[in-house]
Structures are given as C-alpha cells and as structure tokens.
Design a protein around this ligand. Structure first.
Ligand code: NAI
Length: 351
C-alpha cells in the first residue's frame, strides 16, 4: 500500500492518494475544508480517462461538499473520495477493505458515504477497516441508511416551492422532465406522481426508463432529448456536466431543479442560464437531503427533525434566488457566496 498526503491553500486541503496494487484500489481523497467539522462526502467509483481528470473531479466535488454541508447548516466540512474503476474484473470486497485501511490513516478528517458507483455493501466493507464511514445499513447498528429517499424528498420539496415561487401554482398538472431514474430519480417520480405532475423520463438504462414509464404513465425521451423537453421543470438526476454551452441554448423548462451533482459543466454556465431567464436551483443546495439524514443519525435525531431540516432546503433555494436577484449574479454564484460567508471566507468577487 502506498500513501501520500499533501496539504495546501487557505482551506487546509488534503490530497490523500490511495494506491494499493494488490486489490486494485486506486484513487484520491480530497479534503477541501474541515473548518466546520470533519469532511463528509461521497466515495465514488467511476472510470476516468486520466489521473488529471480524476483529480479535477475530486477537487470540484470536494469543494461542493464543503458548500453543501455549510449551507445545509451541518457541522461538517467537505471532502470526496474518487476511486478509479478497475478495467479488469476485481474483488470488490477486497478493494473497499483496502480503501478502508487507507481512510483510517486520515484519522477522521474524512468520513466516507455511499455515492455514484458504490453501494451500502461497499461502505460496509470499508467499515471492516475503519470507523470513518457513515450511511451504513441500519441493521449493522451504525449511523446512516440509504440517503437516496431523503435526497429525493429534498429535491421534491425544493421543486414544489420553487415552482410555486415562479408561477404561484402547485405541481398538479406541471410537466416534469426527469433525466435519470435511478435511486433518487425513481423516488422523485413517485413523489411527483402523487403530487399530480405529468412525467417525462429518460435513462440510458432503457429497461429502467420503461419500468418507470409504465408505473407512472410517463413519456420516455432519449437521454439527450430530455434536456430540451417541453416541460415546466427539468430535473437532472443522472450525471454531472449536463448544463453546458451545447445544452443550455435548447433548454425550454423555466426551472431546473434536480439531484445530480455538478450539473453545470463550468461555473460560467450559471450566467448563461440567468441570461436566458431560466431559474437554476443550485444542485448542492437542492440535493442535501441525504447528508441531512446522515448528520441526524449521527446526532441521534428523530425522523421528524430530518423532515423539518429537509423542508428548510426549499426555503434556502428561495433565499438563493432572492440573493441572485439582489446582486444580479447567477444562482450558483449566489449559493457559493452564501456558503462561503458561513464558512467565514467571503469569496473575492462577493460585494
Ligand atoms: P443512480 O446511479 O442510482 O442513478 C442514476 C441513473 O441515471 C441510472 O439509472 C443510470 O442508468 C442513469 N444515467 C446515467 N447516465 C445517464 C444519462 N447520461 N442520461 C440519462 N440517464 C443516465 O444514482 P442516484 O443515487 O440516483 O444519484 C443520481 C444523481 O444524484 C447523481 O449525480 C448523484 O451524484 C446525485 N446525488 C445522489 C445522492 C443520493 O442520495 N443518492 C445524494 C446527492 C447527490
């Protein structure tokens, strides 16, 4: 096992390299900030074309976790573990045990939770080597449980209030285009269906899209076409980077509110959405429900408190819209500025 740590910059960041040729575990943990508490963030396993691409993603995602946790009022900093998906078949349990060994060396500065490409079983394998992991199956008598239903609930609440804020109407009859009907997207569709919304769905896993379409009488579009669907709300719930210079010009929904992390390919794309008069509810504000649940279980808080804190996500989105209007800046910039104020480091461009 090879480990190395490098710390730098105003956020006391740490980059911790994971490289265990025996199990194939290879990746990086970025601790962006521990100003408000231990860095908590997803541990993802995904293919990358280069080490640089993996590192860029890890740094961006770690920063977003700092902002997400700060704005959600959680006593956590932000960090992320990004692991390279091995090309050859591999022993998954051994890989995540090795990751656990490596995380132990960070002595709690980073706490891993399940994310894209990983599941609760992976987190349980990490837990065999370290206690710095959360969101485990409740049967294991540990903090956590699947965060996805809570993430979906937060997205739904944010959508409901933001749509009302824009049009003065409930979601009944609203057309909602959901890109990605996985763990979060499926539950979101269920909530939207109960609220009387009309669904349009897309998923690269066509059978999954088909199943959802049959269950909720939804229309199916291709993964790309859904971004420009004739809809009242676009909910990206699949992958990052979908709001970019190619897609934004074609978006027809006046509101974007979804679970996917890093929806904007570049920060500047937020300005483009603003220029087009599209209300973008920043991803990390909207998708904080899962983290809120993880934090509550650490505190031993009740589900009632979780629901109350998740309701506050919707109010926060409206505050972000108001701040964006007040300062004539994009909503993602407004959210970043609000988060940085909480962390005590106002951004250089903030007024
Ligand atoms: P998931 O992996 O269960 O579902 C993602 C779905 O999107 C899958 O059905 C997949 O086939 C589909 N998909 C992949 N690429 C696609 C594309 N280009 N177009 C359409 N569909 C595509 O993931 P999960 O847990 O539902 O998360 C969804 C998003 O929300 C991810 O970006 C994740 O980072 C983010 N998120 C999830 C949280 C959670 O609690 N699960 C918490 C915060 C953020």
């Amino acid at each position: 096992m090879v480990h190395s740590a490098l710390e730098w910059d105003d956020f006391q960041e740490i980059v911790h390299i994971i490289d265990d040729p025996r199990s194939g575990a290879k990746g990086v943990v970025v601790v962006h900030s521990t100003a408000l508490g231990p860095a908590v963030g997803g541990c993802r396993l995904a293919p990358y074309s280069s080490d640089a691409a993996l590192m860029r993603d890890a740094m961006r995602l770690a920063r977003e976790m700092t902002y997400k946790n700060a704005l959600a009022g959680l006593p956590f900093g932000g960090g992320k573990a990004v692991l390279l998906q091995p090309e050859a078949p591999f022993d998954r349990a051994a890989l995540f045990r090795a990751v656990g060994e490596s995380l132990e060396l960070l002595e709690g500065r980073y706490i891993a939770v399940q994310e894209v490409g990983t599941d609760i079983a992976d987190m349980q394998n990490i837990a065999k080597r370290t206690s710095y992991v959360a969101g485990l199956d409740r049967k294991a008598r540990r903090a956590g449980g699947d965060p996805s239903p809570w993430t979906a609930l937060g997205v739904f609440k944010a959508m409901e209030l933001a749509h009302f804020h824009l049009h003065g109407r409930s979601l009944a009859g609203a057309r909602v285009a959901v890109q990605g009907v996985g763990r979060v997207g499926q539950i979101l569709c269920e909530l939207l269906s109960v609220a009387g919304a009309r669904l349009i769905v897309a998923d690269t896993n066509h059978r999954r899209a088909q199943a959802i379409a049959e269950r909720f009488r939804a229309q199916i579009l291709s993964a790309d076409a859904i971004l420009s669907a004739e809809a009242d709300i676009l909910a990206p719930c699949a992958v990052g980077g979908v709001l970019n210079c190619n897609s934004i010009a074609a978006i027809r929904a006046p509101l974007i509110c979804g679970a996917a992390n890093s929806q904007l390919a570049h920060k500047e794309d937020g300005e483009e959405l603003r220029a087009r008069g599209i209300a973008y509810a920043p991803d990390y504000v909207v998708n904080a429900g899962g983290m809120i649940n993880i934090a509550a279980e650490h505190r031993g808080a009740s589900q009632q408190m979780v629901r109350r804190d998740i309701d506050a996500i919707a109010e926060r989105v409206i505050m972000v819209f108001a701040e964006s209007d007040r300062r004539s800046i994009a909503t993602n910039r407004a959210a970043d500025a609000m988060a940085r104020e909480i962390i005590g480091k106002p951004s250089s461009w903030a007024a």
